[in-house]
Design a protein around this ligand. Structure first.
Ligand code: ISE
Length: 302
């Protein structure tokens, strides 16, 4: 199988000429599958082109930057009658999150009541914006909590604690996202992208009879000079490096079998519905409802 990563970093400067080259390559007979790792604003047209060419496509998160764009991708797959898309929500492939899900599904802590999460980056590039804390960062929690809790969201609110002086001008940091799920679970997600000390991902599920917490990444505990310490990773790519390998390997295997697996376009759409509501909540400071949509049969709905 030959596959080509069709990567476009931003809308092509040379306009139509680059577009046509990309589309030709997606349609080319010597391309069996497509990997889309461009910036999120280019995902929709590339994924739609792969679906039109009936090519399996791995699309980095987010599937697209808005729910309507994700819905157009869902509608294209439903019209084709076949799943071709896997979305790069790699935390579902992380060993720690898989162990956490086993505990939650296994009933050890009883019915989940609350989830407390933190998504902390040591810093972000100067171009990082307040909305990106939702669309580029918290989108991971928005997906992985749906998967962990087997639930959907019904409302979103965003509050802004005291702003850190270390944030680039114009960036509201940190933020706290408050969500309610259809089963009544209350979720809080702290997003702090200039925390300085490290790349720190926390997730605790509180159930009726106990709590379960995402395992910390392996680090050697050191005792020296009358202190105990353990390193904290600084780079998000390192924190989940194994899960990127597992998700892509499972995608390649699914291309071989012709049966798409993993996070679907519907998962990308569901995360985008919550993301759009969070963006509105950022602007309005209101509790924003998130309408539930019936899951199409192609994605396991009735
Ligand atoms: C980045 O794109 C990621 O996907 C990381 O997981 C996230 O922590 C970071 O904030 C994003 O910019």
């Amino acid at each position: 199988m030959t596959s080509q990563a069709l990567q476009r970093r931003s809308p092509p400067q040379s306009g139509r000429q680059d577009e046509s080259v990309l589309m030709e390559r997606i349609r080319a007979k010597d391309v069996d599958a497509v990997v889309v790792t461009s910036t999120g604003d280019a995902h929709e047209e590339l994924v739609l082109a792969a679906i039109a060419a009936r090519k399996p496509v791995f699309c980095e998160k987010p599937l697209a930057t808005t729910a309507p764009a994700c819905r157009r991708i869902v509608d294209a797959e439903v019209a084709l009658g076949k799943r071709l898309v896997q979305v790069g929500f790699m935390r579902r492939y992380d060993a720690g999150y898989r162990l956490l899900k086993e505990v939650v599904v296994g009933g050890t802590i009883g019915v989940p009541l609350m989830a407390h999460c933190a998504h902390r980056n040591p810093d972000v590039p100067p171009a990082y914006t307040t909305p990106m804390a939702i669309t580029d960062t918290a989108i991971h929690e928005l997906d992985v909590l749906r998967w962990l809790l087997d639930d959907s969201y019904v409302s979103a609110q965003v509050v802004f604690p005291r702003r850190t002086s270390r944030a680039p001008a114009g960036l509201a940091d940190p933020q706290i996202i408050l969500l309610e799920t259809a089963k009544g679970v209350r979720v809080d997600i702290e997003v702090f992208v200039d925390c300085i000390y490290g790349y720190d991902i926390q997730c605790e599920i509180v159930g009726e009879t106990g709590t379960a917490r995402l395992p910390e990444p392996t680090a050697v505990p050191v005792r020296s000079q009358s202190r105990r310490s353990a390193a904290i990773l600084m780079d998000w790519k390192q924190r989940f490096i194994d899960s990127y390998d597992v998700e892509l390997r499972e995608w390649i295997d699914s291309v071989g079998t012709g049966a798409a697996s993993g996070p679907s376009s519907w998962d990308g759409y569901a995360a985008a519905l919550a993301s759009d509501a969070c963006l509105e909540a950022q602007k309005t400071a209101k509790v924003v409802p998130i309408e539930s949509r019936p899951t199409p049969p192609l994605y396991g709905g009735s």
